[in-house]
Design a protein around this ligand. Structure first.
Ligand code: PEP
Ligand code: MG
Length: 791
């Protein structure tokens, strides 16, 4: 038989219907309210691959080096193709469809959830949950395809990575698929029947409006209710601002994300009576299994349904033992696991509901666990949340310290939630450093080994000024609930220092626009678009192929406009794309990117744009559309030009895009010694401004790779050779009436600011957090120069 009804299976049937199917069957058997459904058995999958003769090819294809991302991507694609392109045997196909049809009626086709139920998933000693596909609101037309896609999701990059890493043979893992009637939930969430790290009899319920996907995926911050089972009372209620909900579109049956209306956003999702009902159900489930459970639930027409239950795997065996698993702590209650020196473990509950080891457990006096570069200022304490490249970002909760090898564009939502960020790799100009500064999140980057030295759940204090990570929590560094990134950026005195040299700000993510504008900066000296593009997850070429050029332009327009609006009429200098090939290679469609021995010296900036004009044209078209819309504050800047030939070429593109170089302000970055030495030529080509990109100018002048930790101590933007190139260029530009600026990281350093003002630079563009100090420094130097001139 290809399928088994859930009511006919139980806990012993994991091998047949997978962990999810078995657990649902078990719950039905225990009389708990579970929506009806069946499972396409694991044997059906196995027979499918064996009978079709694709099994060997499949297992060969996924036996790859887990650290090789290209190989992982190829493995996933091959497995997907093998499975989805192989037809179902007729009897199997009929049996699945017949079973499905019996769940609906003649005139009412059932909406079902199609969920992977892997035989290795949900086992008591591992937490692979969430790695395989789930499809909601499926009907007959898509059912068979979705079943195959669930099978194929046994071989996602993430799943292959996990198994290869942990030595789990792919051949041993089977997959069943649960097809279950959808509960069109009015509200839903998850429930931990006991405290997820201590095992104490304290239930935590998270609840949001609509379908549970929003909570499980971390799309929405749910309400949080804590119920003490000893005193039988609700001890804590945190009502979140639930901005969105997932619901079924009545026309298409698709799951769509909607904005929650103003009133319900901050309304309590669960009444006391509903909490009590959920607690009763939770106790029954826990009693049934004999271990604390992590339960997904939903409310439909006033009735509570249980969608899934699995054991909580994060509870420590005994106090003081470090938690082994990485998953599960979804409820925002941080783990108070001992710190590395072993003197932690006492926990105190702070107002925001986060457990922290007491101040005397560590803080400033403790040993430094790891050190790196203080990339974004501020000190903060929180629980370590280690995120592998392919791991779940939704594990990162509000108040956690995100610890990762290197941040990537799709980590930004998690970076925003995090109280602090620690990376193994990267320097002051890395993605992690730039983005954390813009978000106002303290960060220590380039620790070398943070992800291996720190332990998930451990309480630490990071200092983003000193670049240190210490054990334990320091009360003075606890994340302030009232921390308002925008307010923090606003100058304290109402009158900002009036300076002749303009002080601007750098922006890389549109989300930082409001914060950047609040600094009172005179404009945006550099708006990078790399983040907007890379966060699409596809190379520009692939994105355009899949969605059309107009859609690509629209994405850029949305991001740029967010910044241009905040600053209008102050000028915003938008730069065309400058991402190295290794970053493009990470994206969907990036397979064909050349593997360059040193991408920093490679195919980036205008070199790439001029060679590959199609995406470049769309960037310029987007800028042109914005100008047409009335954003006359937009200026265009080109990265990594070397000489007049480059500048003439980009100028022709500007003209072709309908942006008249005579009428609109445009210019180039000075990032290579060549461009500095040939500044007269560039001025002749008609540039309005030249902006020093000292991150690159320094690396190319000193031959010091900005991303290479081995030579980081030689990366010196104040090196006399770099300063000579800058001062000569400013002098030439002043003679030619060309504005000069700086938008590299060094523009935030007082020594560089002093030097540039002395040389007569027109503007300085700094990081958000540095704008205020730069304004004061510019003012001080200008006043000194004035005084010197009259003395
Ligand atoms: C620079 O090189 O200084 C610069 C601002 O550009 P990016 O850091 O984006 O290369
Ligand atoms: Mg640069």
């Amino acid at each position: 038989m290809a399928v088994l009804w859930l009511e006919d299976v139980g806990a012993d049937d994991v091998g047949v219907v997978g962990g999810k199917g078995a657990s649902l069957g078990e719950l039905i058997g225990a009389g708990l309210p579970v929506p009806p459904g069946f499972a396409v058995t694991a044997g059906t999958y196995r027979e499918f691959i064996e009978d079709a003769g694709i099994d060997e090819a499949l297992f060969d294809a996924v036996d790859v080096d887990p650290e090789d991302s290209t190989a992982l991507r190829e493995a996933e694609a091959t497995a997907h193709e093998l499975i989805t392109e192989t037809p179902f045997p007729d009897p199997v196909r009929e049996e699945i469809l017949e079973s499905y049809r019996s769940m609906g009626s003649d005139d009412d086709e059932a909406f079902v959830a199609v969920r992977s139920s892997a035989t290795a998933e949900d086992l008591p000693d591992s937490s692979f949950a969430g790695q395989q596909e789930t499809f909601l609101n499926v009907r007959e037309a898509d059912l068979l395809r979705r079943v195959k896609e669930c099978w194929a999701s046994l071989f996602t990059q993430r799943a292959i990575y996990y198994r290869q890493q942990r030595g789990f043979p792919h051949e041993n893992v089977d997959i069943a698929v649960v097809v279950q009637r959808m509960v069109d939930a009015e509200k839903s969430g998850v429930m931990f029947t006991s405290h997820p790290s201590t095992g104490d009899p304290q239930m935590t319920i998270e609840a949001a409006w609509g379908l549970g996907e929003a909570v499980v995926s971390g799309t929405v911050s749910p309400d949080n209710y804590v119920y003490d089972r000893e005193s039988d009372s609700i001890t804590d209620i945190t009502v979140a601002d639930k901005k969105v909900e997932m619901v079924k579109d009545p026309d298409t049956g698709e799951t769509v994300q909607l904005d929650v209306d103003e009133k319900r956003r901050t309304e309590r999702v669960l009444s006391d009576a509903e909490i009590t009902d959920l607690v009763t159900l939770g106790e029954r489930v826990e009693e049934h299994y004999g271990t604390p459970q992590d339960v997904e639930w939903a409310v439909f027409e006033g009735d509570i349904y249980m969608l899934q239950s699995r054991p909580i795997t994060t509870i420590r065996e005994e106090s003081g033992e470090r938690s082994e698993t990485v998953g599960g702590d979804k409820n925002g209650v941080a783990d108070d696991t001992n710190n590395v020196t072993g003197d932690g473990g006492n926990s105190s509950r702070s107002e925001n509901g986060t457990d922290h080891a007491e101040a005397d457990a560590g803080g400033d006096d403790g040993d430094v666990l790891v050190g790196g570069l203080g990339a974004s200022p501020g000190a903060v304490s929180g629980a370590v949340r280690i995120v592998d490249k392919l791991d779940h970002l939704d594990q990162v909760e509000e108040g956690d310290i995100l610890v990762t090898e290197m941040t990537m564009p799709d980590m930004v939502p998690a970076m925003k939630r995090a109280a602090g960020i620690v990376t193994d790799e990267g320097g002051m100009t890395s993605h992690a450093a730039i983005i954390s500064r813009e978000l106002g999140v303290p960060a220590v980057v380039g620790t070398g080994n943070g992800t291996s030295v720190l332990n998930d759940g451990e309480s630490i204090t990071i200092d983003g000024d000193k670049g240190t990570v210490r054990p334990g929590a320091d009360e003075s560094a606890e994340p302030a609930e009232e921390f308002e990134p925008v307010e923090a950026a606003r100058p304290e005195t109402p009158v900002k220092p009036m300076t002749a040299t303009e002080v601007k700000v750098n922006v890389s993510i549109p989300e930082a626009a409001e914060r950047a504008a609040a600094t009172g900066a005179d404009g945006v000296g550099l708006l990078r678009i790399e983040h907007m593009v890379l966060s699409l997850g596809k190379t520009p070429e692939r994105y355009i192929a899949d969605h059309g050029a107009r859609a690509y332009q629209d994405e850029l327009i949305d991001g740029i406009r967010a910044v241009a609006d905040e600053f209008y009429p102050r000028p915003v200098r938008v730069r065309t794309i400058d991402a190295p090939t290794d970053e493009f290679r990470e994206l969907d469609g990036g397979d064909g990117e050349p593997v360059e021995p040193n991408p920093m010296l490679g195919w980036r900036g205008v070199r790439r744009s001029l060679d590959k004009p199609e995406p470049f044209r769309q960037e310029l078209a987007a800028f042109g559309r914005l100008i047409e819309m009335g954003y006359d504050n937009i200026e265009v800047m080109f990265p990594l030009v070397n000489d007049a030939a480059d500048v003439e070429a980009v100028k022709r593109h500007l003209q072709e895009a309908g942006i008249d170089p005579e009428d609109h302000t445009w210019g180039v970055m000075i990032e290579t010694p060549a461009s500095a030495l040939l500044i007269d030529e560039l001025a002749n080509a008609g540039i309005d401004f030249a902006s020093f990109g000292t991150n690159d100018l320094t690396q190319y002048t000193l031959a010091v790779d900005r991303n290479n930790g081995h030579v980081a101590d030689r990366f010196d933007e104040l090196h006399p050779a770099v300063l000579r190139l800058i001062s000569d260029t400013i002098e030439r530009c002043r003679e030619r009436g060309v504005d000069t600026s700086i938008c590299g990281q060094a523009g935030s350093k007082p020594e560089m600011v002093e030097f540039l003002v002395e040389q007569g630079v027109s503007s300085i563009s700094a990081n958000i957090d540095a704008v205020r100090d730069v304004q004061h420094e510019v003012k001080r130097v200008e006043q000194r120069l004035l005084l010197d001139s009259v003395r």
